[in-house]
Design a protein around this ligand. Structure first.
Ligand code: ATP
Ligand code: MG
Length: 663
């Protein structure tokens, strides 16, 4: 069972358990409830029947009392005594008829002091018969009033009134579950009978007045009881309450109906009831099958004057009516229970859903996360444990997302860094190539310069000596002056070559680049070359110091500034910027001009020794080569950017020296 349950989803599991517990609990409760309800209703029905039987008995006894009272009043009244004494039968008859009529008696007769009937109110021709065998009359003959239920044989009834004997006849109908019998017709009559002695003035009994009421086929008592107790209540067109008077076990007066909806007179009580009530003289209360239906019934014996059981008084209510009430109560009970069950299941469904939905959402989101999608979050707003779980879950997703972003960014910057490094490496390689080129050219140049330097010195000394010997108007003097001038120019070139090739360490000191620049400018600014040049200086005063050779750096700046001015053809704008590149910790100098610019195909060659675009005699092409060498020696870098027609910018970066900054 538990194994099977585990194959269901969490929600189904909870609901199945709910249904099981509620269903089992509800069923047990309903069953117990039904049993209690059934018992309560049936007990109530039994109590009611018991009470109804008491009422029936009261009505029955009252009827007997009426007869007894009427007989007593008649017997003790003057009219009857006097009429008897005087033998006035006519008067006696009229009085008796009056009494019988008033009290509803079926017969009323008078005997002499031995129990021989002297007068009857009925049209019966019979008189002179002996009725002293009847218990109550026997008692009256002894001077005592008596009243009781008695069974009178047909003959006695016929003596009283032939019509009465006829009325008493009941055909015995074969009844299921009754005691077997061979009797086919009942001719005896059950009567309520009372007898009272009639006495003369001396107190001697002169006769007995007795009268009675036949119960066979007489429905007054039973219908009166029903009217009193049940007020005509019906269930499915049947009387709910029924009352019966039995002569022994035979129905002689009843409102129980047979299948033809006629009074079931002639049917008999079940053997079971017969044994209990008639044989054992007991009350009997239980459900009983009466004629056609089950009744909740109670039977009690009817005793005669001698306390012998002569009949039964019965009251019953249709069990169906109570069963219907009981069923209605139970159905209502079940309906309410089922409704509650459905409501609870619905509520539990909603509650379970509110619990499991965030969980399944989390499962869904987890799947998405596994697939690499981190943009979903669980939407739970409750503050319970589920809400907390969802909150933590969302936090986890957020931090995962952040981590992924960081990773991605890191990947991106890594790419950038690799690119930057590659560029740097390429630049370094360039520089290295440049340096190698310069080094080889430098060696060559140094050799040549050295060789040329001495002859040049000779030429100069000798030319100068010849010059001194020449007269001032000598025509060769001008040519010789030209020789000396050109030789001096050669000496300058050789000097430059030597300087380039020597790569001297120079004299290093802490320098402020701004100062070096200002000094350089002040040397050349005054020259006619600068007249139409606008010089703009943006020198950062917070510039840290560098370590370098002042005159070498002056030479570098001088060459760059002169190149710029020459490129502008003496008209334009020269801008000089300095600043501290904090990231690389270098002092940066930018020299920009608005000159002719350098074509792309030449820009790689401008640092080569002897590369010049200037006319012969104007430039040696060594300026930038020397400058490059000097800056490299200062652990610095020198770059150029140019656009033909717009201008050129040279950038020089020299590292900052820590110790100097602190001083
Ligand atoms: N600012 C500039 N604008 C345009 N071209 C430039 C600039 N600076 C340098 N050049 C080019 O670079 C060449 C080499 O310059 P470099 O200073 O090495 O030699 P030079 O100026 O020609 O001769 P020298 O410096 O010996 O007088 C120049 O001839 C010129 O063509
Ligand atoms: Mg130059």
């Amino acid at each position: 069972m538990i194994k099977l349950l585990k194959t269901f989803s969490l929600r189904s599991r909870i609901i199945i358990i709910y249904v099981f517990i509620l269903g089992a609990g509800g069923l047990i409760t309903s069953l117990i409830g039904s049993i209690i309800v059934n018992k309560a209703i049936m007990t109530q029905a039994k109590n009611k029947v018991h009470h109804d039987l008491k009422t029936a008995r009261m009505v029955y006894d009252k009827r007997l009392t009426i007869i007894e009272t009427a007989v007593y009043l008649g017997a003790t009244g003057n009219t009857i005594q006097q009429a008897m004494k005087s033998g006035d039968n006519r008067r006696l008859h009229s009085r008796l008829t009056q009494i019988a009529k008033d009290s509803g008696m079926d017969f009323l007769s008078i005997t002499d002091d031995r129990g021989i009937v002297k007068l009857r109110i009925t049209d019966s021709p019979t008189v002179g018969d002996d009725v002293s065998t009847i218990s109550v009359i026997q008692t009256a003959l002894k001077g005592k009033i008596a009243a009781a239920t008695e069974i009178l044989p047909s003959q006695i009834l016929a003596n009283e009134d032939p019509a009465l004997a006829e009325k008493a006849v009941i055909k015995v109908i074969e009844t299921r579950r009754a005691k077997p019998t061979t009797q086919e017709v009942e001719t005896s009559g059950m009567v309520l009978i009372a007898a009272c002695p009639v006495m003369n003035e001396d107190g001697q009994i002169i006769g007995v007045l007795y009268g009675g009421y036949l119960l066979n086929n007489n429905f007054q008592i039973v219908d009166r009881v029903r009217e009193l107790v049940y007020k005509g209540d019906r269930y499915q067109n049947r009387e709910i309450g029924t009352v019966t008077i039995f002569l022994k076990d035979l129905r002689i007066s009843t409102n129980v109906e047979n299948s033809e909806e006629k009074r079931a007179v002639g049917t008999r009580v079940s053997d079971e009831v017969y044994q209990a009530v008639i044989v054992n003289k007991q009350r009997w209360a239980y459900r009983a099958f009466v004629v056609n239906d089950w009744y909740i019934s109670e039977y009690e014996p009817i005793l005669n004057y001698n306390d012998e059981v002569v009949g039964i008084l019965y009251v019953g209510v249709l069990e169906k009516a109570y069963i219907s009430i009981r069923n209605r109560v139970i159905y209502t009970f079940f309906a309410i229970a089922s409704f509650g069950f459905v409501v609870i299941i619905a509520i539990s469904y909603l509650i379970t859903r509110s619990i499991t939905r965030p969980l399944s959402e989390m499962v869904e989101v987890t799947d998405l996360i596994a697939a690499g999608k981190l943009d979903r979050e669980v939407k739970v707003k409750s503050k319970d444990e589920i809400g907390q779980l969802a909150y933590s879950f969302n936090r986890m997703v957020t931090s995962l997302r952040k981590m992924r972003l960081e990773l991605e960014e890191w990947g991106n910057t890594l790419e950038q860094k690799v690119k930057q490094r590659t560029e740097e490496l390429a630049a370094m390689q360039n520089t290295l190539m440049q340096s190698q080129r310069l080094a080889s050219v430098g060696k060559l140049a140094a050799g040549i310069a050295h060789e040329i330097n001495n002859p040049l010195g000779g030429i100069l000394v000798l030319s100068s000596l010849v010059m001194e010997d020449l007269k001032s108007d000598d025509p060769h003097r001008e040519n010789l002056l030209e020789v000396i001038k050109q030789t001096m120019r050669c000496r300058d070139i050789v000097k430059g070559l030597l300087q380039f090739s020597r790569q001297e360490e120079g004299k290093t000191e802490y320098l402020n680049v701004n100062d070096v620049l200002s000094n350089t400018l002040s040397l050349i600014e005054k020259q006619a070359l600068f007249h139409n040049i606008k010089v703009t200086k943006n020198l950062n005063p917070e510039l840290p110091s560098i370590l370098g050779d002042n005159s070498q750096l002056q030479q570098v700046f001088m060459n760059i500034i002169l190149n710029a001015v020459q490129a502008m053809d003496d008209v334009g704008e020269l801008t000089i910027n300095t600043y501290h590149d904090q990231k690389n910790d270098m002092v940066v100098t930018e020299v920009s001009d608005t000159g002719c610019g350098i074509p792309d195909e030449l820009i790689d060659r401008i640092f080569d020794p002897f590369f010049t675009t200037k006319e012969v005699g104007e430039g040696t092409g060594l300026g930038l080569a020397i400058a490059y060498g000097i800056i490299t020696k200062h652990q610095g870098r020198m770059t150029v950017k140019s656009k033909v027609g717009e201008g050129t910018t040279f950038t020089i970066k020299i590292p900052v020296v820590e110790a100097v900054r602190q001083s």
